[in-house]
Ligand binder design. Structure first.
Ligand code: ADP
Ligand code: MG
Length: 242
């Protein structure tokens, strides 16, 4: 399988604070990679560098083999190839569910309304929210909002989806419905990078687990390796606490 993303010697500093140090990893088409680690270890910054919400201080990001930091003119196109799902949903509160999923495809991808609607309905079905197409975000539970946010990201038909703690803001009883949708997406063969504290979920759906500590990737391996036989003492300590 082709590599979708290659991160090479990525560094990120805020002022004198080095938040990411010499990050190297790759994601292949269809792979599900879960990123775990303590709060403050740099997980969100890594995702934000991958989709260029933050500009890296050093290193390379290859998208399908092309250095995206080298070609300024392609940045906007590049961003549309990656979908992002945030902890806080970030839905447009003054639009209904269906419009939330149509705005990006119409405005950014220049799709016709009909086409955008068809694609949006397809993904609202995938996340089980098609019946709520005319609802406003404030009428939905947290779990429902997050499922709509996932459908909205999918409606852009991205090559990969990035999730930053998609269940951390949810009441416990709603975590399951969102994880279930994400499992289904994994089974459909979507490429996903998921920052999560849900260890059981990570073990079950991941092809690979990346453990970060203090801005460094300490361990990167198959879930059974990382969870059952962590090579590093820091990984062991984290897993005991998790
Ligand atoms: P995580 O997602 O693993 O909790 P973050 O990537 O959010 O970690 O943060 C890693 C470190 O970078 C933290 O020390 C945080 O305070 C710092 N940091 C993150 N974003 C910024 C920013 N915009 N400006 C300054 N420091 C930041
Ligand atoms: Mg974070």
């Amino acid at each position: 399988m082709e590599n979708i993303i290659d991160i090479m010697h990525l560094n990120k500093s805020f002022g004198s604070h080095e938040v990411l140090r010499d990050i190297n990893f790759s994601v292949k088409e269809g792979e599900v990679v879960c990123v775990i680690g303590s709060s403050g270890s740099g997980k969100s910054t890594l995702l934000r560098c991958i989709n260029l919400l933050e500009s890296p201080t050093g290193g390379k990001i290859l998208y399908k083999g092309q250095d995206i930091l080298d070609q300024e003119h392609n940045l906007n196109t590049y961003r549309t190839h990656l979908g992002m799902v945030f902890q806080q949903f970030n839905l447009f509160n003054n639009c209904d569910v269906l419009s939330n999923c149509m705005v990006g495809p119409i405005k950014v991808l220049k799709r016709s309304k009909e086409e955008a609607k068809e694609v949006a309905m397809k993904y609202l079905k995938v996340v089980g929210m098609d019946r709520y197409k005319n609802a406003r975000p404030h009428q939905l539970s947290g779990g429902q909002k997050q499922r709509v946010a996932i459908a909205r990201a999918l409606s852009m038909q991205p090559d990969a989806l990035l999730f930053d703690e998609p269940t951390s803001a949810l009441d416990p009883e709603m975590v399951g419905e969102v994880l279930k949708v994400m499992k289904e997406l994994a089974n459909l063969g979507l490429t996903m990078i998921i920052v999560t504290h849900e260890m059981e979920f990570a073990r079950e759906v991941s092809d690979r687990i990346v453990f970060m500590d203090q801005g460094v990737i300490v361990e990167d391996g198959k879930p059974e390796e990382v969870f059952n036989q962590p090579k590093n003492e820091r990984t062991r300590a984290f897993l005991q606490r998790a």
